[in-house]
Design a protein. Structure first.
Length: 170
């Protein structure tokens, strides 16, 4: 359920798809098993079902044609892939943080080594934010405020069902 104070621009935060998919896929971080099973995002059958599910829900709830719903689902899928790629890159950078911070060097040396890595991390975060904003603009384009609100609800529903499905699959 949407809280009345939630602005329309929170739409991407409601997605959570990539976080849910990443959570069921490869665990990240220096203390987790790096040889975990492959992510379902790499499973073409899973992605095809997800795409069709999105098309069906967008068509039914927003009252759009199937062609228009397909365009929206394609944009959503592209955003998912870009978000996942950047998420994997930031996970690698966090791993570098950990390696440097746990190393034997003095704090000054760690600072010198960390500065470019922190800069790289911040660049990725800015790109992630810019990508999220662009996605929001693209997916909302041409929708009425009522359709935008319905889209937010659909996105929340899909996010919740994915999380439940992924949790049950573990």
């Amino acid at each position: 359920m949407i809280r009345p104070e939630a602005p329309v621009m929170r739409m991407a935060l409601m997605l959570g798809l990539s976080a849910a998919l990443a959570a069921q896929g490869r665990p990240q971080g220096p203390h987790r098993n790096e040889a975990a099973r492959p992510s379902r995002v790499q499973d073409p059958q899973f992605m095809a079902r997800l795409f069709q599910w999105r098309v069906n829900r967008i068509t039914r709830v927003l009252g759009l044609t199937e062609d228009r719903a397909r365009v929206m689902a394609e944009k959503w899928g592209r955003w998912d892939r870009e978000h996942m790629e950047r998420g994997q890159q930031t996970a690698e950078i966090r791993k570098q943080f950990h390696q440097i911070l746990m190393g034997p060097e003095a704090e000054d040396e760690k600072n010198v080594r960390l500065k470019p890595v922190v800069d790289q991390y911040m660049t990725l975060r800015r790109a992630q934010e810019a990508g999220r904003k662009q996605f929001e603009e693209d997916i909302r384009a041409g929708l009425s405020p009522a359709q935008q609100a319905r889209l937010i609800i659909v996105m929340e529903e899909i996010q919740q069902r994915l999380r439940e499905g992924l949790r049950d699959a573990k």
